[in-house]
Design a protein around this ligand. Structure first.
Ligand code: DLL
Length: 440
């Protein structure tokens, strides 16, 4: 289905379109101020800076940020639950926690001013992706410790659009709301958007009878091919937005109507890309790990936080007029990366092959195992309904062709298993695409 392109609107041109030299100067000033604060109020941060020989007053340019030590998830875990807070508990008005899959969650606290900043940055990316005051926004992210639900909620309200706090799950009810409440914009993970789209299709509902026109998806990586699929399934214009609890939640960056990379809210977050091995900054345009420093956060500031997310800066200026730098779609996490017989493999590579290939659905699972001394990678892929009902001969041909594409895209031989439509687990939140049995 042809997708319209919304008008280019900017929520806060003062900051989003600030001339670069002024923005750089603002970042340095805010960085110095945050460092001073952190050193005053978080003992382990003060110690970290002292051991690295850093005095906040000596930070004079953005180059100086390279001298600062990194913060890792482990540092934050060690300070569980409130040891990374930089203000007394009386100033904290909200607590969230990250969706850790192992061990304890990372706890994050927000002051009233942090809440205002959060609403502001979410409002910015919603407006940049085409939202208006007239929209009715169905939020199908979980409301709870996860930052997705509440984070988006207050940003939508700030703009003055109407929120339907549907929360996650119960696809039947989501479809009912979409239809009966006249939802115009959908907010959820891209995986759930695909699921919702497929379920909607099964009901035989005609898209032209819905009012849906926009989608804001984030919380996990997704490819441009998935975007096309979602846009067609739901008849919408879809944009990507990125964030993480440790830094703020959603709102760190988001796409504009160009749909080409996410503008980082650089007046609030200092953004670097470093080589995950050497930890040295890479030149603009080269791929590496995202490192973020909060420039205004009061409750729980972080300095050079290693996100483990892999992407690159898009060096060209954006036609939308914003001066903030854009990050390319995240291609994966360093901890989702599998090393199979010395070759680095990301789930996104498999997804790209599948989406360009007829006969399979974008539901897949990578299973790494070890046989003797040899690593093995099995790729389980759901067949489409059409292929499933086709004759055996066709099935074998498709399997061979897909095997060939996967082997050449990944650079290793994989074991391909085609499974029945609907047999792999569906996710209402973030998808889990990798099982590595070698770690246990
Ligand atoms: O997922 C915050 C969020 C909620 C962002 C809703 C956007 C929308 P966490 O649960 O702490 O916070 O997980 C953060 O999710 O480090 C990335 O690995 C991944 N992630 C988030 N957004 C994207 C995205 C929220 N647009 C972790 N593309 C991050 C790729 C994403 N990965």
């Amino acid at each position: 289905m042809a997708v319209f392109k919304p008008a280019n609107r900017i929520w806060n041109p003062t900051y989003e379109c600030m001339p670069r030299p002024a923005l750089d100067a603002l970042q340095v000033e805010r960085l110095r101020d945050r460092l001073e604060r952190v050193c005053r109020s978080v003992p382990w941060y003060a110690e970290k800076m002292r051991s690295a020989g850093i005095r906040p007053a000596s930070i004079r340019s953005l180059e100086d940020v390279r001298r600062l030590p990194f913060t890792t998830k482990d540092d934050l875990r060690k300070s569980y639950p409130y040891g990374a807070f930089a203000v007394p508990m009386r100033e904290i008005v909200r607590i969230h926690a990250s969706t850790g899959t192992t061990g304890k969650p990372t706890v994050v606290g927000y002051t009233r001013r942090d809440m205002e900043t959060w609403m502001e940055v979410v409002a910015r990316f919603l407006i940049s992706g085409g939202l208006t005051e007239d929209d009715i926004v169905q939020i199908a992210f979980g409301y709870g410790l996860f930052t997705g639900g509440f984070g988006l909620h207050y940003g939508v309200e700030k703009i003055g659009a109407a929120v339907i706090p549907a929360s996650s799950g119960n696809t039947e009810r989501q479809i009912l709301l979409l239809r009966d409440f006249g939802t115009t914009a959908l907010v959820c993970t891209p995986t759930y958007a695909v699921h919702l789209g497929e379920e909607l299709q099964k009901t035989g509902e005609e898209l032209s009878r819905l009012r849906l026109r926009l989608g804001f998806f984030g919380g996990e990586f997704w490819t441009n091919e998935i975007r096309e699929k979602i846009q067609a399934l739901l008849g919408i214009f879809a944009t990507d937005n990125y964030g993480l609890s440790e830094v703020m939640g959603p709102g760190v960056s988001g796409e504009c109507v160009e749909q080409r990379g996410m503008h980082v809210q650089e007046d609030h977050f200092l953004f670097e890309i470093v080589h995950p091995g050497t930890l040295e900054p890479v030149p603009d345009g080269e791929t590496g790990e995202v490192v973020l420093t909060t420039l205004t956060k009061e409750g729980m500031p972080v300095i050079r936080y290693r996100t483990r997310d892999i992407t690159r800066v898009i060096p060209e200026p954006c036609p939308c007029g914003r001066t903030t730098r854009r990050m390319e779609k995240v291609t994966g996490r360093t901890d989702d990366m599998l090393i199979i017989r010395g070759v680095n493999i990301f789930p996104s590579q498999v997804e790209e092959v599948l989406l360009r290939f007829q006969g399979t659905a974008p539901h897949y699972l990578l299973v790494a195992s070890r046989e003797g001394a040899l690593d093995r990678l099995e790729v389980k892929v759901e067949m489409s309904e059409a292929l499933f009902t086709d004759e055996m001969k066709k099935l074998t041909e498709v399997k061979e062709a897909l095997q060939h594409r996967l082997d050449s895209a990944l650079g290793i031989r994989v074991k391909l298993t085609l499974v029945e439509p609907g047999s792999l687990e569906r996710f209402i939140g973030k998808a889990k695409r990798v099982i590595d049995t070698r770690r246990f």
